[in-house]
Write a protein of this length. Structure first.
Length: 128
């Protein structure tokens, strides 16, 4: 039950951060960052398994790997932007968090543009 480990680590670290924040807010922020990185590292193996399975499914469905790679990169950008925005909010910088989220959305649109263009070209070829 790995979820119990994740939730337990989250709850214990949250309690520690709340206690520490009263006396040393900068240490609380560092602890929050550390816990976030540790939780991400805990999930790296699971992410790798998911990517492998998606690659197998894409090859079985005869989908070009470049499409899958773009989708995986987009998902990665979304997760990183969200993680960065949450860190900014934890530090009390809601305005910067909003800008990080906006930047993530713009980057995602730029990454998706080639796929959308290929899709439009395919549709145009189908039309008389």
């Amino acid at each position: 039950m790995e979820i119990l480990q994740v939730v337990g680590m989250g709850l214990v670290s949250t309690i520690l951060i709340v206690v520490i924040r009263q006396r040393q807010p900068e240490m609380a922020l560092l602890l929050s960052l550390l816990v976030g990185v540790l939780l991400f590292l805990f999930l790296v193996n699971k992410i790798a398994v998911i990517i492998d399975i998606l690659q197998q499914l894409a090859s079985q469905a005869d989908i070009k790997m470049e499409y899958l790679n773009v989708i995986l990169k987009i998902i990665g950008v979304a997760y990183l932007a969200e993680f960065g925005a949450q860190i900014c909010r934890d530090a009390g910088e809601g305005a910067i968090a909003a800008k990080v989220e906006l930047a993530g959305k713009v980057i995602i649109m730029m990454m998706a543009l080639p796929v959308m263009m290929m899709l439009l070209e395919a549709i145009m070829r189908l039309l008389p």
